[in-house]
Ligand binder design. Structure first.
Ligand SMILES: C[S@@+](CC[C@H](N)C(=O)[O-])C[C@H]1O[C@@H](n2cnc3c(N)ncnc32)[C@H](O)[C@@H]1O
Length: 322
């Protein structure tokens, strides 16, 4: 318990959230049938790539699994296209899984807690906003007993107001992105919460490491898995892959390819996204490697412009049904 800086402000923030909750009518009328979209801004999110990825997938309807959920762009797109029979969604990040669970199970409370954050944050000038951001950031869930909804609201607030929407954790699992500058951040976005809430209704959410997937496909009877890991850096300077308390090493990339091999043996179909680099092409050379064009990510060199190649590997085989 090193830092005590968060303590004085914590009751103020929680009290504000509780007040808005108490003031909110128990049954807010949900927005009419909003489209399901990610409610987290996620670096490496597949929002801009779904149109290229979806045609490479089995038609379905699928007993779908997603091993690196993040913002869940592909899951929401497939849900909107009615291609899913069931969904099992996992991520190593407790915050990612908790936020999706709260959107699924406690949307009204969550929206109210986000409104409290929005009110406290947007009424201030720049310095006051930054101060509020750093006080909320210091309420680290492992140090402060946060209710799951408060934890999800903290995460979603920080995600919308931090620099570049970059959910980055240090080796100790502490979120450490700095404050960003947005004139009008969409902190309490009711449309997104309700759209995602509908899509997640029947989804199973589990905090899990990707190495658990051979076991998970058996437990949940899954027939297709999408895997979107932190990418293997193409160059030394493009190495942002520390989403969740530590970098995703080259060893992890090799273990992931082994997991794909195990899924293959279990006759589970899968698709995997990664960077287009010799190491990844070599690891997946026994399967089908497709090339897609992606917008450059935030960690790309400032002088770089335009799109880059990425790969989508599938275990589709000629002559086998997909
Ligand atoms: C590229 S992002 C996924 C983005 C997501 N497909 C989207 O559209 O938003 C990678 C995710 O992998 C998760 N992750 C990192 N290491 C992991 C591990 N060992 N097992 C499972 N998930 C992990 C991170 O928390 C992060 O959410």
């Amino acid at each position: 318990m090193g830092s005590t800086a968060y303590r004085p402000s914590q009751p103020v923030i929680l009290a504000a959230a509780a007040r808005v909750r108490a003031e909110s009518p128990a049954q807010t009328t949900p927005v009419a049938s909003p489209v399901a979209r990610p409610f987290l801004k996620w670096v490496g999110g597949k929002g801009k790539l779904v149109d290229q990825i979806v045609p490479l997938l089995p038609i379905g309807p699928l007993h779908y699994g997603e091993a690196f959920l993040g913002g869940g762009a592909l899951f929401f797109a497939l849900h909107n296209q009615k291609r899913l029979r069931s969904a099992t969604l996992t991520d190593l990040s407790t915050d990612v899984v908790n936020a999706h669970t709260c959107v699924r199970d406690r949307p009204r409370e969550l929206h109210a807690a986000l409104q409290a954050h929005e009110k406290a944050y947007t009424t201030g000038a720049e310095a006051a906003r930054a101060d509020y951001f750093y006080r909320v950031r210091a309420m680290h869930p492992d140090l402060v007993a946060l209710d799951p909804v408060e934890r999800a609201a903290r995460m979603m607030f920080l995600n919308r107001t931090c620099f570049n929407g970059l959910w980055r954790e240090n080796a100790g699992g502490k979120f450490n992105s700095p404050h960003g500058r947005y004139a009008n951040p969409a902190i309490a976005n009711e449309d997104r919460i309700w759209g995602a809430n509908r899509a997640l209704q029947d989804a199973t959410l589990v905090r899990a490491d990707f190495r658990q997937w051979p076991e998970l496909v058996r437990t949940y009877d899954i027939d297709f898995v999408y895997l979107d890991p932190p990418y293997q850096p193409v160059t030394a300077t493009s190495a942002f892959n520390a989403y969740s308390g530590g970098a995703f090493s080259a060893t992890a990339q090799r273990e992931l390819a082994q997991v794909c091999g195990e899924l293959d043996k279990l006759n589970v179909r899968w698709a995997l996204s990664n960077s287009d680099c010799p190491m990844i092409r070599n690891l997946y050379k026994s399967w089908t490697i497709h090339t897609v064009r992606a917008p450059r990510s935030v960690n790309s060199k400032a002088d770089g412009r335009g799109d880059v190649n990425e790969v989508v590997v599938t275990n589709r085989r000629a002559g086998l049904s997909w």
